[in-house]
Design a protein around this ligand. Sequence first.
Ligand code: SF4
Length: 812
Amino acid sequence: MAPRFDNERKTIDLAVADLLEAQLLRSLGFANRGGYERLWLGQAIHSRYQEEALGEDASYRREVTISHRFVHRGYEVTVHGRIDGLRRNPGGGWVIEEIKSVRRGVGLSPAAQELYQRQAALYGWLLAHKLRAEGEASPHIEVELVLIEIGSDRLERQPVELKLPVIEALVKRRLNGLIRAHQQAAAARDARRRAAAELRFPYPEMRRGQERIVERVREVLADGSHLLLEAPTGIGKTVAALFPALRHVLRHDRRLFVLTAKTLQQEMATEVLELLNQDDAFRALRLRAKAKMCANDQLVCHEEYCDYAKDYYAKLQESGVVLRLLEGHRTLLPDDVFAAARRALVCPFEVSLELAERAQVTVCDYNYAFDPYVALSAFHADADLSDVVVIVDEIHNLVARGRGYYSPLLSARDIRRAAAEAAAGGAPIHHRIAELCLVLARLIEGLVDEVEPAAAKDDWAVEQRFPEDGLWRLRPQLDQVFVDYLEFRRETHSLSPDDRFVEQYFGVLKFLNALTLSDGAFSHFVERRGEDRRWRILCKDPSRFLGAVINRCHSVVGLSATLSPHAFYRDLLGFDRDRTERLSLPSPFPPENRRVVIDSSVATTYRERPRNYPRIAERLARFADEVPGNCLALFPSYAFLAQVAGLLRCERKRVLVQARSDSDEEREAILQTLRSALLRDVLLLAVAGGVFAEGVDYPGDMLKAVAVVGPCLPAVTLEQQLLMDYYEERFERGFEYAYVVPGMTRVVQAAGRLIRSADDVGVIALFDKRFLFRTYRQHLPADWLPQDGGSLAGDPAAAAAEFFHALAGEPT
Ligand code: SF4
């Protein structure tokens, strides 16, 4: 974490890492920053060593948190740290262990050695203060670096000299530097604080509902709580949440992260920020994925393979690219960052990360906060988030994303492919990889074959515990061969971004990690998909992990058009109940601009579906033909869509069909046709939850009707059934939470495309009698339902004809 100054209370909170000079940290080199292989291996090696030490030495303690508070230049300073290992010396006194993993035969560079020794000595200094405070006048403390060789597990203990007066002086010198830098930045902070007072809502007036959002967000930020805000599409909730959030972070010197699930939402949020920043009050950055920010011809982040990684820190400083970007752009867009970084011959993605540490606002994907494998350093497990405000757009998507982060799978087919690719290499290391991969593949296949149900069809899945021991036993061998393989690839200059073995190796690590996390919120199962046999871990409830991020933040504001039931989203997203407020707003647009009709003459359950295809096609075509403009029809699946598309006969519409294989260009061509629609109005058949249902906007007159065929329930799979059982046990609402809520969320999200301003008009037609049943009807927005208690049932074609004729002032 960065040092935290509180000028009012005159306090400084900082970590041991903050007391290390930046130059010293950077001396570790570029590979350490993106050096996933060392980091991941390092974690595993540390835990293994600590486990063994715990077993052998009763006095051993691991991950010991420690802090020291003192006064320096009028500030109350608190330094926090965590000691890797602490044990009693048989001769009396204490031994601090700082554990590091090192590459085989290479050892530590002098710079790294100096850094690690300094770090370890600082822990010694912290412990000395603690023991003195506890009454030990002159505690005896030894400090050592425990260096463990990756691959061989060979261990070397290096004593570190602990001269407390020297460390004390170093700490004071570093603190003086930090205080000086803080004071120098005071002018900029004051300017931002003044700008916060001047910040104005970027539109002449607020829509109905926006004032309430602004007020509510202001309140929750003031008292450091969270808000789940449910408001219809088109109300302008993003700007209404961003405006008070910006004021707050600028006034209190906090940082704002705007997290979205889709690129389009990031672009929209960036546009709003640009509008709010007319007075150049802050810096906002939009972060783009690494693969799309790579300037090299292949994504291998290593000095020997990438000119943009080579001498990265030196070039970064010499070129001044970060400062230039910050001075020249209010909003730092990925294209601008890419161009400037490439000109300076430094990695554009790394430059984005540098900027993310300095910008007041960062707009990025959910992954950068919640995915444990790609999260920004600001969101690391032990990062202090108390000065971070987060706005999560379309937060309903985060439940499934969160589950995905902790639900890995092992595929025997993919592992065999890795074995085959390695075997083709021909070198001894390739043979070792191939052999090990085959052992792993056979382990997976053996269990799947063993438990295959007698009456199994091609694809099946059953809940099953894994023989974990077998997998853990393979782990050291995999580590060893992986390290040797990387060395081989380096020596032969053949590192490649697409390496099946490397991919599978990390897959195994993720799988083992999920195994260690598994509790009642996880299920383990095996499955067969065609020729593939797999082991899968399903995280049914990501609240523990998401909540660990959310509740460390100063405030999190979640936005969506569909956040009901509130308890479902609050609890599964891990929001602290006592700190979480709720605001639910109706549509601000005139109800007469929209007509909702339910066709109860069709049924779309799995059983009834085939019989209903012709009737759905006939009723949908008649409906679309009555709409004077483009019409979007959404289906629960591609298969369902294909069946209806084959029978559809429209007279006045040109029918376009979304295909699973559509490229970005093909999708854009469809949108372009909708925009121009010169030849004839279009009926677009697409899938609910897909890009046309939730990922794109249809401004102006682009869309006049939305039809949703069926309540879009997820397919019945073992995974969904396991979720249902879990929700039944936890909430006593299994079917509703596992099927109805996600299905109806898609329906409401899709229909929300239609009315996004006071000028939009149109018809929403829901095809299925189930929409009239209470189980489903209760998930329709309240303002869709007739205020007079009447029924929504009707013929969509007749309803459309009546609605549009009335609109045109014509008799029906
Ligand atoms: S330019 Fe590409 S390969 Fe080079 S360090 Fe950046 S992301 Fe990695």
